[in-house]
Design a protein around this ligand. Structure first.
Ligand code: ATP
Length: 141
């Protein structure tokens, strides 16, 4: 079966590099599905879940923005920050969510609302990715 090479790269490391069947990424204008032989494309991505199917196995990752490029048989994601589901520290994401919620409960003039909202979104997306992966592992085979 034809595959697409997916590389997710941050300034620090290569987070993911595999041949996959489909990539569903959080594009800035909504979810973006990329199958093999997709037309060349370049788009910004927003903080969210990036899903992959590889040989009938589904994987989820968290990406916190950056760019996605489709060229030839390759999809390259240059992400500000990216974590595979098993790398997500759930307690840390819960603490970040709690902090962001507390900030947003303050009077608007006293906080940078957009910043708190962005932090809240990152934490909620991390928790979603981690939870999905936990449920997948529990599923009977
Ligand atoms: P926090 O307030 O907990 O730092 P954040 O959303 O502000 O969260 P980022 O700026 O997105 O954090 O990421 C900073 C670095 O910390 C990145 O390297 C990222 O991979 C890592 N990181 C942040 N939160 C987590 C988490 N819950 N699990 C694993 N790594 C995380």
């Amino acid at each position: 079966m034809v595959k697409t090479r997916l590389e997710i790269i941050t300034a620090e490391r290569v987070v993911y590099s595999e041949d996959v069947d489909i990539v569903v990424a959080p594009g800035i204008e909504g979810e973006l599905g990329v199958l093999p032989h997709h037309a060349p494309l370049m788009t910004m991505i927003q903080p969210g879940e990036l899903r992959v199917r590889r040989d009938n196995v589904e994987e989820s990752m968290f990406v916190s923005g950056g760019f996605l490029e489709v060229r030839g048989d390759k999809v390259v994601v240059l992400a500000n920050v990216a974590e595979r589901a098993d790398e997500i520290d759930v307690a840390r994401a819960e603490a970040a969510k709690h902090r962001a919620e507390e900030r947003m409960a303050q009077p608007p003039a006293q906080i940078d609302h957009a910043r708190a909202e962005a932090a809240l979104r990152r934490s909620m997306m991390r928790l979603k990715v981690a939870e999905k992966s936990r449920k997948r592992r529990q599923r009977p085979v």
